[in-house]
Design a protein around this ligand. Structure first.
Ligand code: HEC
Ligand code: HEC
Ligand code: HEC
Ligand code: HEC
Length: 206
């Protein structure tokens, strides 16, 4: 190979970095660290109109105690129900009409048309599982789970419903909303809720 060919540059080799770039970058870095321009990053005012949408309240207040309030008096279920037996559901395709009490309850739960599919036929202060055993009144998610197995499984895994607090429970408490905090057990269709307005520019007051 000739000398001329040796001195020729390899086209793939990168151009050498100009040496002056090092002090320039150093000077810039010092300016940034010492904040020589005096620019203060101001935290934007929180956009107050978003506040109502940041609430962690549930869409409905679940009733976890087996009692009803009639004319501002609170009664335990069995204070009335101990005095009479509940009739067996006679027709599976039709819902019983309630006249004497609870007439405000409109059962709209698909083909699930009988009060006693959920409420214990002998003990009104609990729910009933598939084999007739009682489910405590404040554990109604177990009741939902008897017919909505996959949803119940998803909910336990945190895929359905909502958790508030910490994902990593070793760092703090995590609270899981129960089914009836979102679904009315008698009319479980999730009611539409108004969407939040579009995002505003953080620095604008409009
Ligand atoms: C003030 C008395 C009273 C209280 C308190 C009361 N009930 Fe009732 N309940 C009745 C009467 C009366 C009927 C029968 C209504 C009819 O047949 O028209 C009834 C019917 C029912 C039925 C449906 C029919 C059946 O017999 O299967 C269910 C379910 C029920 N009650 C659940 C409850 C639950 C749960 C509570 C408590 C959270 C409760 N009730 C509290 C008086 C009461
Ligand atoms: C899908 C299961 C299910 C069916 C079917 C059902 N209930 Fe309930 N019911 C519940 C649950 C769960 C609660 C308590 C939780 C809550 O209301 O937040 C409840 C609560 C009640 C209460 C207490 C007051 C209230 O409104 O919370 C009454 C009274 C009642 N049910 C009566 C009835 C009657 C009457 C029927 C039949 C027409 C019926 N339920 C059918 C699950 C059911
Ligand atoms: C005895 C069985 C049974 C139990 C217990 C039960 N469900 Fe259901 N659920 C049904 C049936 C049947 C349907 C209707 C399915 C359909 O129409 O495709 C349904 C439908 C639903 C729907 C869908 C409603 C819609 O509009 O699409 C929701 C939500 C729901 N149930 C929630 C619950 C919750 C919450 C509980 C516990 C309080 C519960 N269910 C307990 C049988 C049950
Ligand atoms: C944080 C609120 C929340 C909780 C808690 C919750 N759900 Fe739901 N659920 C929803 C919403 C929202 C939908 C979707 C409604 C829609 O698509 O219109 C839904 C849908 C459903 C449906 C209908 C699914 C379908 O494919 O049509 C069922 C059944 C149901 N939920 C059961 C349950 C059960 C059982 C539990 C408790 C183990 C539960 N949910 C807990 C909010 C909740």
């Amino acid at each position: 190979m000739s000398d001329a060919a040796k001195s020729q540059k390899d086209p793939g080799e990168p151009a050498p970095v100009p040496i002056w770039i090092i002090p320039v970058f150093l000077a810039l870095a010092i300016c940034f660290v010492m904040n020589l321009w005096g620019h203060v990053e101001e935290a934007p005012e929180p956009v107050t109109r978003a506040q109502p949408y940041l609430t962690t309240d549930s869409v409905r207040q679940p009733s976890l105690k087996p009692e009803v309030t009639i004319d501002s008096f609170t009664h335990k279920c069995n204070s009335c129900h101990q005095h009479f037996e509940s009739p067996e559901p006679t027709r599976l395709d039709r819902q019983r009409e309630l006249i004497a009490e609870h007439a405000e309850i409109k059962l709209q739960h698909g083909n699930n048309k009988h009060c006693q599919n959920c409420h214990h036929p002998k003990d009104r202060e609990s729910f009933v599982d598939h084999v007739g055993q009682a489910i405590p009144y404040n554990k109604s998610e177990q009741l939902c789970g008897k017919c909505h197995g996959p949803k119940y499984r998803d909910w336990k895994l945190g895929l359905h419903g909502r958790r508030n607090g910490y994902w990593d429970e070793s760092r703090g408490p995590s609270k899981r909303l129960t089914c009836v905090a979102c679904h009315d057990p008698h009319w479980p269709t999730f009611k539409p809720i108004a969407p939040a307005p579009g995002p505003a520019h953080p620095f604008s007051n409009h």
